[in-house]
Design a protein around this ligand. Structure first.
Ligand code: UDP
Length: 238
């Protein structure tokens, strides 16, 4: 078996990654494709923590802009992440991959509560852990939740999924001469306000020395190739 660059990873997908091209919130075929990628990693011995956002269903700030109380909106957003987590759990289980959803909000009839030591035990046993309901607090994002949980479970690498190759000086889909950055520091990403993750998430990773790969995970097998040592996407380090 090819040597892996590290053992335990945190994979952050935005909720939009699950959307169908025609606008459906959760496309089962896309969820299955992503679940297959995750299962392949587990089969190769990678321990995978997963955070899926909720933006395909609802974002608290957008609800607040429409007049809803922000805290209520954020609670709805966190519940949206639970729905995405359940869809992914189902798909992984269908493929025969053991998996647990652990929620930062208590919904014990639907999934487990997040307890750090239990989460680590699941990972050690080869189960995927999907961390749902963000941090459990309003005014945060699932990027921050992914950074927080990654640090808590001692993940060696954060992988932030994007639709493009990695980090650019500007949106490559809008700016033709946008420059691709293969590697940069957290301070550079923060200073240049590069649209990678929110500031809280980046600062958490920087201060806790957690490296991050920003990469296109829709390219089949890309994460596996990264784990086997290929230089893919953009690397952010302290
Ligand atoms: N959210 C929250 N606290 C958290 C994480 C998420 O209140 O710790 C809410 C917030 O309203 C957010 C929504 O859940 O807009 C969905 O998460 P996010 O926007 O991060 O999803 P993504 O953009 O990654 O799909």
């Amino acid at each position: 078996m090819t040597k892996l660059i590290c053992q335990r990873i945190m994979l952050k997908l935005s909720g939009e990654a699950l959307m169908s091209e025609t606008g459906g919130n959760i496309d089962p075929a896309i969820v299955k494709r992503l679940a297959t990628e995750v299962k392949d990693l587990c089969d190769a011995g990678v321990e995978v923590g997963l955070v899926i956002g909720g933006g395909n269903i609802l974002r608290g700030a957008e609800q607040a802009a429409e007049g809803l109380n922000r805290v209520t909106g954020d609670q709805m957003g966190m519940l949206a992440t639970v729905m995405n987590a359940l869809a992914m759990q189902d798909s992984l289980e269908f493929l025969g991959q053991p998996v647990r959803v652990m929620s930062a909000l208590k919904i014990n009839q639907v999934c487990e509560d997040y307890i750090r030591r239990k989460a680590v035990r699941h990972l050690e046993k080869g189960r995927v852990v999907i961390f749902a309901a963000g941090t459990g607090n309003p005014f945060f994002t699932t990027d921050t939740a992914a950074s927080l949980r990654a640090i808590e479970i001692d993940a060696h690498l954060m992988i932030k999924a994007t639709k493009v190759r990695g980090i650019y000086s500007a949106d490559p889909e809008k700016v033709a001469d946008a420059v691709f950055y293969p590697a940069l520091t957290y301070d550079e990403a923060l200073d240049q306000r590069l649209n990678v993750m929110d500031t809280t998430a980046l600062v958490l990773c920087r201060d806790n020395d957690l490296p991050m790969r920003v990469m296109n995970i829709f390219e089949p097998g890309a994460i596996m190739r990264l784990m086997q040592g290929e230089d893919i996407g953009s690397l952010i380090e302290r």
